[in-house]
Design a binder for this molecule. Structure first.
Ligand code: PNW
Length: 440
């Protein structure tokens, strides 16, 4: 690859990321049922109705997997913890679950890796989902309790912690678009989830501060929105998309303010007295993480349900997800975050990467397209640094091929290939290229 460590300032961190449900194997270790198990079991929701019961069997193979992270020369390993593994019914503690994360964190430290924990990456215990999940304000109390239970055990050893991965996905993708569990298509449920997910974030940060933890942040996802034409109606639609996707959650968490444009449509559906929560929601953060993959081309669609936007086919090359490759969006968001929301606060790119078919040929995977993708996005990080944006790390999604949610196991994002029959791990060309770049 083109880039290597010396291209970046001293102390700039390289990492790779995974999430619990996508790799661990949820059938093991006494974990409780989650709304993703329920969602996947309902025909039509997930390709081939695949779930995370076995996934990559990381639960048993974590030492080998962490060897791969360390051998590549990564500084940081971003992982998530499964709420239902720690508290199978959302309330009772499963000692085996806590023991697992305790061992996992120690195994990272043994290898010189910085453990970057995300408490919630989408697998809600079914009992809590059945009680209304993110639509129910009580979720914030439950999440605060989970934070306390988990971090009382591992909070003294994690390098950083963030409460919730990608609040937009938790709220919008899951309650408005219906693509993720619980698969709702309901604007009222969405507005409530959009607020409660941030309330839970704020409560969790508060609990972790109380435990004396340092280096606490939030992880948000971003998609650049490009108007399909230059009519006023189209430009307004692209701005509404941007307001909901890219401004609502970051604005709430970083400034205690929701986008006025997004509120125009959402206000009637919001929980009562939501304004009273904005101070709690905007707890000071030590860093903000940006997850970035793609852009969308947006049109105005007068017939679509609120918010009257439609995604249309764009002209750029696409990944195996069908997502357009648009590296400039990453630079745009890094600059915008610092200029409009986060100021001097440290930023990390907490996820970036691409899916490809990645067939195993002659015992290897020649994923040159992924290497180019990474280089092109690192160009953007470098430009942002040159522009004075305080971005201090870049973490690849993902360490290894894994359960890609509603798309099952076919979409491979890994630097390491996983054979889902034998579970054999084979580092791809991108893994070897990064290992060389990080050592040089
Ligand atoms: C991120 N969308 O999710 C997640 O953090 C990962 O768990 C996931 O595997 C990765 O990106 C690749 O998909 C997203 O449809 C999933 O807009 C879907 C969307 C956005 C982010």
């Amino acid at each position: 690859m083109k880039h290597s460590r010396p291209d970046f300032p001293r102390g700039f961190l390289f990492g790779t990321a995974t999430s619990a449900y996508q790799i661990e194997g949820h059938a093991y270790g006494g974990a409780g049922r989650t709304h993703w198990d329920d969602f996947a079991a309902t025909p039509g929701n997930v390709v081939r109705a695949e779930d995370g019961a076995r996934a990559c069997d990381h639960y048993h193979r974590y030492e080998d997997d962490l060897d791969l992270v360390a051998a590549a020369g990564f500084d940081v390993y971003r992982f998530s913890t499964s709420w239902a593994r720690v508290m199978p019914d959302g309330e009772t503690v499963n000692p085996e679950g806590l023991d697992f994360y305790d061992r996992l964190v120690d195994a990272m430290l043994d290898r010189g890796l910085k453990p970057a924990a995300t408490l919630y990456h989408w697998e809600l215990p079914s009992t809590l989902a059945d009680a209304g999940g993110w639509r129910n304000r009580a979720i914030a109390d439950h999440f605060a309790r989970f934070t306390e239970v988990l971090m009382s055990r591992i909070g003294d050893r994690v390098w950083s912690a963030a409460p919730i991965n990608e609040p937009w996905c938790v709220a919008w993708l899951s309650h408005f678009l219906g693509h993720h569990a619980p698969g709702l298509r309901d604007i009222r449920a969405t507005a409530r989830a959009m607020h409660h997910v941030l309330l839970a974030h704020g409560r969790s940060i508060e609990v972790m501060r109380g435990l004396g933890m340092k280096n606490l942040g939030g992880v948000f996802n971003f998609e650049w929105s490009t108007p399909a034409d230059d009519s006023e109606a189209t430009k307004a639609a692209a701005e509404r998309y941007d307001a909901i996707y890219n401004r609502w959650f970051l604005g709430g968490a970083a400034k205690g303010e929701y986008s006025a444009l997004a509120l125009e449509g959402l206000e009637p559906h919001m929980p009562t007295r939501w304004q009273d929560d904005m101070t709690l929601i905007s707890q000071p953060l030590d860093w903000v993480g940006l997850n970035y993959y793609t852009r969308k081309v947006i049109a105005h669609d007068p017939d679509s349900p609120w918010p009257h936007v439609a995604e249309v086919e764009g002209p750029l090359p696409k990944t195996f997800m069908g997502w357009e490759i648009f590296p400039q969006g990453l630079g745009n968001f890094l600059r915008r975050a610092a200029a409009e929301y986060t100021g001097d606060t440290t930023l990390y790119v907490t996820e970036n990467g691409m899916a490809a078919p990645d067939p195993l040929v002659d015992g290897g995977v020649q994923d040159d397209d992924r290497i180019a993708f990474i280089d092109d996005h690192l160009d953007q990080v470098q430009e942002a640094i040159d522009d004075g944006v305080p971005v201090q790390g870049y973490f690849l999604w993902s360490l290894m091929d894994n359960y890609e949610w509603a798309l099952g196991y076919e979409k491979r994002f890994g630097l390491v290939h996983v054979d889902f029959d034998t579970l054999a791990r084979t580092p791809k060309a991108s893994y070897h290229a990064l290992a060389k770049a990080l050592k040089d």
